[in-house]
Design a protein around this ligand. Structure first.
Ligand code: CP
Length: 305
């Protein structure tokens, strides 16, 4: 039996019905642009791997009643056929999503593309340059569990050099008034060291840093961004957070990590049982923060300028 709902070719389509389709398409185009746009799906373009950020934005959009179109990595896309990242963005933008949510390497000209496209755009992690929604969700988590933000002292431990989370925190700390400090192996501080020393002290001793901090943020050792693959077996011993060195952190402080965690490298697995550990709370707060951001960009964009 034939399926009368299958649209497979143009052989039986009459001229009258083709014009009817065209008229309907032009009607859709004419409808109040902003109102239609708000209900259009979000386009999530994740050119670099992600679990938390991608799923969190999908959850956030879903809670707002916005569906998502997701491209994740090259597999199954025309990137595999040689299409560029820029063309991929331009083509998805041409489909008029309500919002573009993009994770990409430093090399994607995100700012130029966002200005050209004129569709709401969220940076979901841009090389080493920044990860603003991660930073905002960190700040929201601190505010929720510490009751305020401006008096906080956040110690960033580890791979500061490759951290887009640190880059975005240096922007937010100025506005929100919290203090930052850094700690880790010399080679992980290297090209950011002079810039960092303006943002806060660099502790050479992890215990001293932990005594200073009200929040400790362990950073992932980003092996994929290291030019020289070093032996990191000494990392846990000197810089990894564990039950012993965390005795230096005061009782009501917070232990955080943007994820993903390399268990046994930057943090001992048992630390997840520590009542000060808020790593999964960061993930929970991330959905609400992203929900708020998408809603604001679509409804009161002036609030974000
Ligand atoms: N924190 C973070 O960006 O995690 P994902 O890489 O899994 O999105």
């Amino acid at each position: 039996m034939s399926n009368s709902l299958a649209f497979l070719d143009l052989k039986n389509l009459s001229e009258k019905h083709i014009h009817k389709l065209f008229d309907l398409a032009l009607d859709f185009e004419k409808k109040d642009y902003l109102e239609v746009m708000k209900k259009a799906p979000a386009a999530l373009l994740f050119f670099e791997p992600s679990t938390r950020t991608r799923a969190s934005f999908e959850m956030a959009c879903g809670r707002l009643g916005i569906t998502s179109v997701v491209l994740s990595g090259k597999s199954g896309t025309s990137l595999e056929k040689g299409e560029t990242f820029e063309d991929t963005v331009l083509n998805l933008a041409a489909m008029k999503p309500s919002i573009l949510i993009v994770r990409a390497a430093d090399t994607l000209p995100m700012q130029e593309l966002a200005e050209k496209i004129k569709i709401p755009w969220i940076n979901a992690g841009w090389g080493k340059r920044g990860h603003p929604t991660q930073t905002l969700l960190d700040a929201l988590t601190i505010k929720k569990f510490r009751g305020q933000l401006s008096q906080e002292r956040i110690l960033f431990v580890g791979d500061v050099r490759h951290s887009r989370v640190v880059s975005s925190h240096t922007e937010l700390a100025n506005t929100m008034g919290y203090k930052m400090a850094f700690c880790g192996p010399e080679e992980f501080m290297y090209d950011k060291k002079s810039e960092l020393s303006q943002s806060g002290p660099i502790f050479s001793d992890l215990s001293e840093g932990l005594k200073w901090a009200t929040v400790v943020m362990a950073l992932r050792v980003q092996l994929e961004r290291h030019e020289n693959q070093r032996d990191h077996s000494q990392y846990q011993k000197n810089w990894g957070l564990n039950r012993e060195n965390l005795k230096n952190l005061s009782a009501n402080s917070l232990i955080m990590h943007p994820g993903p965690v390399n268990h046994g490298v930057e943090i001992e697995s048992a630390v997840f049982q520590d009542p000060r550990c808020r790593i999964l709370d960061q993930v929970t707060q991330g959905v609400f923060l992203r929900q708020a951001l998408v809603h604001t960009l679509l409804n009161q964009p002036g609030d974000l300028q």
